[in-house]
Design a protein around this ligand. Sequence first.
Ligand SMILES: [Zn+2]
Length: 111
Amino acid sequence: MSIPDLELLSEEDTFSQWDAERVIEKYVCGVCWGELAIVYIPGDNRVFIVCPEHGTVCLAGRVTRNTVSIAYEMASIRYKEAIKNISEWACLVPPPRERKPVGKNLAELGF
Ligand SMILES: [Zn+2]
């Protein structure tokens, strides 16, 4: 992970450790939707939140994990619809999963 150049960042780009832990729990990078990381500042109780690829979250932005999850779900639905409309690509659509009754699952597991 690249550590941000501390001279290029201001104190406004920092977070308390408590806030930073909440932020990386709820958000991902606004550019690549990748994981964010906390970078501790030696001798300071403030921290930076960074994306390894795009730098500080104050410049790259952030997006909630829920938003990303919804976007992936919508993209998956659109992908399946698009593939169905192209008959020669129909083989790329995974078959619907077989749903078994709970009792049958347990029996197969030896219970
Ligand atoms: Zn990023």
